[in-house]
Design a protein around this ligand. Structure first.
Ligand SMILES: Nc1ncnc2c1ncn2[C@@H]1O[C@H](COP(=O)(O)OP(=O)(O)OP(=O)(O)O)[C@@H](O)[C@H]1O
Ligand SMILES: Nc1nc2c(ncn2[C@H]2C[C@H](O)[C@@H](COP(=O)(O)OP(=O)(O)O)O2)c(=O)[nH]1
Length: 226
């Protein structure tokens, strides 16, 4: 059995976690598990966790740690034969400790993007709620403005993507994320990236992962698309 690769990407709202995770999944054949997308799946499926999580998300609050860890770890138990990249989890120190007790991580990527850049990006972010597909009028616009390329359904903007909501979200993110970042720095597996453009960060992340991901992942898993 080849060694599997386990990674996490951390970053504030709008920092490019989803965008970069998709490129990592496509380039290295890792499974991308986004906590936000998984929650939306559970909400749509009206699972017990989904119904409970919805009550918190609607209030703009984080889902309680015990609900998140139970949900995410049960999903990860189904993926033990895969290499994966987690996006949006862990978000708190309690979540990180539970994850670390269950899996040994190889790499933690932390995106450090300036506030003004985040504001500008989120101002133009449009989302297809059912699929979680993300567009940006300045970066990756849909073929037809306001319409999802795949389903033809309308795109929406998150209420809390508005600039005035972002400052509070960012302060909360920083308070909650700092101990998580410090934990992984202490473990010697943290890699921090700072820039205003994803396309400038991507080559560094791609070359880091190329050195870390076992080459014997097997062709089926390791599909290189350039
Ligand atoms: N690890 C987590 N712990 C607690 N709540 C979470 C977690 N991940 C997601 N959530 C909840 O689900 C909501 C949607 O998550 P999602 O990642 O899609 O949006 P977000 O947190 O606004 O992130 P971003 O703007 O960076 O894409 C969050 O606002 C939060 O309430
Ligand atoms: N202009 C610009 N927009 C970018 C860049 N990288 C990502 N974006 C867009 C995509 C999204 O609409 C928004 C935030 O990116 P995201 O991948 O959803 O971030 P995250 O919230 O998952 O961390 O910004 C980028 O480099 N430049």
């Amino acid at each position: 059995m080849s060694k599997l690769f386990r990674a996490v990407i951390l970053g504030p709202p709008g920092s490019g976690k989803g965008t970069i995770s998709e490129r990592v999944a496509n380039s290295f054949g890792l499974k991308h598990l986004s906590s936000g997308d998984f929650l939306r799946e559970n909400i749509a499926a009206k699972t017990e966790a989904g119904v409970l999580a919805k009550t918190y998300i609607e209030k703009g609050a984080l889902v309680p740690d015990h609900v998140m860890t139970r949900l995410m770890l049960s999903r990860l138990e189904e993926m033990t034969r895969h290499s994966w990249l987690l996006d949006g989890f862990p978000r708190t120190l309690a979540q990180a400790k539970v994850l670390n007790s269950a899996f040994e991580l190889d790499v933690v990527i932390s995106l450090n993007i300036p506030l003004e850049t985040l504001k500008e990006r989120l101002r133009h972010r449009w989302i297809h709620p059912a699929s979680g597909r993300v567009y940006n009028m300045c970066f990756n616009p849909p073929r037809v403005q306001g319409v999802d390329d795949i389903s033809g359904e309308p795109l929406i903007q998150h209420e809390d993507d508005r600039p005035e909501a972002l400052v509070a979200r960012l302060r909360h993110y920083k308070d909650v994320a700092k101990p998580v970042i410090d934990l992984y720095r202490a473990k010697g597996i943290l890699h921090m990236f700072s820039d205003t453009e994803t396309d400038r960060i991507w080559p560094y992340i791609s070359s880091l992962l190329s050195t870390k991901i076992p080459t014997d992942l097997g062709d089926a898993q390791r599909v290189r698309t350039h």
